[in-house]
Design a protein around this ligand. Structure first.
Ligand code: R5P
Length: 290
């Protein structure tokens, strides 16, 4: 097996290859003046299984196209199998028709990847794991939450309260609790489908005087964490931290979260950023080599 570190995840791909003891195939890439992507594999892939590591965080569309071009190039050059390792899977949140007339974007993306030559896919903390069952090839998800919880445990936050923003994400808090050894719970978040505005129902939590870590799959605009942090502070939490697999941190999200009283934001290198303090490389390397 060889690893192709895509332009969006060059460092992570190289780390995965190093930990797995696998050779890498470098990729030359550029963007044409009109915005179209170009890629070229600079190594042999004939008769190889290749793992393309490419996250699809913003600019999502460009990175998705780069991923399809790498898969196509691998197959054209004789690769026998193409595994896509896509830490952040773009469009995964549009996993059903919420309002009449919408597309199921994640299914459209999956079909595009299949058409490009991808044979299987590994991703990290998609919003709903069950969407992967509808992919036209084997697709699996691994969770970064135990790694994030371990980071906090080592930073002295053992026995912290692990909180999920809503019921659907409670399993994230439960996973974190396994590592942290404290309690866990969830809020009841709702999002207006038209405005995107987040609201959280009043709910009493046992957080007074406690250290609380909010675990979520994605931090995008920061609206969810800001609202949750305010509620936790009102209910007497001593310290509030935020952790996520995918720190998209759009616009001034980081500032707004810190202004809401969050001590620290911790994410992974699924989306390289200032808060990407936890690497997914060991987890994804184990997924490739068993
Ligand atoms: C969706 O519900 C996800 O789990 C996240 O809670 C959401 O994407 C976070 O978005 P934002 O940071 O914009 O509130």
């Amino acid at each position: 097996m060889k690893v192709i570190p895509g332009p969006a995840s060059k460092q992570l791909g190289e780390k995965i290859a190093e930990l797995s003891g696998l050779e890498t195939v470098p990729v030359a890439f550029k963007m044409f003046p009109d915005g179209e992507s170009y890629i070229r594999l600079e190594g042999e892939v004939k008769n190889e299984t290749v793992a393309i590591v490419q996250t699809t965080s913003p600019p999502q569309d460009t990175r998705l196209v780069q991923l399809t071009l790498m898969a196509d190039a691998a197959k054209r050059n004789g690769a026998k199998e193409v595994i896509a390792v896509v830490p952040y899977l773009a469009y995964a949140r549009q996993d059903m028709v919420f309002l009449q007339g919408e597309a199921v974007s994640v299914e459209t993306v999956a079909r595009m990847l299949k058409a490009a030559g991808i044979d299987s896919l590994t991703t990290v903390n998609v919003h709903k794991e069950k969407v992967l069952a509808k992919f036209p090839f084997p697709a699996k998800m691994v969770s970064a939450i135990p790694l994030l919880a371990e980071y906090f445990r080592q930073e002295g936050c053992g026995r912290a309260f692990a909180l999920a923003p809503d019921k659907g994400a409670l399993w994230l808090a439960q996973e974190a609790k396994e590592v942290l050894g404290g309690e866990c719970g969830c809020l009841e978040k709702r999002r207006d489908r038209y405005t995107g505005k987040v609201s959280v129902a009043e709910k009493k939590l046992e957080v007074k005087g406690k250290v609380v870590i909010i675990f979520d799959d994605i931090i995008s605009t920061g609206g969810t964490i800001v609202t949750a942090a305010r509620i936790l502070k009102e209910q007497g939490a001593e310290k509030v931290y935020a952790a996520c697999a995918h720190p998209l941190l759009i616009g001034d999200a980081e500032e707004r979260i810190l202004e809401a009283g969050v001590e620290e934001i911790v994410g992974t290198d699924s989306v390289p950023s200032r808060v990407s303090k936890v690497s997914l490389a060991p987890l994804l390397s184990r997924g490739l080599t068993g």
